[in-house]
Design a protein around this ligand. Sequence first.
Ligand code: ADP
Length: 161
Amino acid sequence: MAKIALCAGSFDPPTNGHLNIIERGTRLFDKVVVAVAVNSGKKTTFTAQERVEMLKEIFKGRTDIEIDTFEDRLLVDYARSKKAVVLLRGLRNITDYEYELQMALANKKLAAEIDTIFMMTESQYSHLSSSLLKEIVFLGGSVDEMIHPLVEKKLKKKLKP
Ligand code: ADP
């Protein structure tokens, strides 16, 4: 049976740190489902549809990566509906760890058959977050090697229309 991992997040917008975790995930699993969180209560820079479109464009032609959305439901229930056996997460620092440990333990309690697997960020991405990138682009700094050129273009348009 195909081993499927679920990589969920806001991806507002996706950074090269996210893309790296997804890419490395495909080396370990048959398929990585990338699930963009649609959180009606959360103000995002990009709509869920825009975030999905960016990811689809970036991973165009990849049969081992599926881009989807999930909304207002338990992540483990969504994972079950996708037949995912693993929740794939990236870890940057101790702050990520504290939050992720709590989520992983809660998810394990909710769904014992699903495991959370962590991948250490690669050093060149350890400082990257979507919010930091938005700030750099807004202030006119260079985000070379931090985000995909397509994301950079969309972000510039969004922040400085
Ligand atoms: P969330 O809303 O869940 O915080 P994010 O889109 O910020 O969603 O992140 C989704 C996943 O990607 C998380 O597991 C997060 O730790 C990971 N991630 C984010 N940025 C990086 C990075 N620079 N390097 C490695 N993993 C990252």
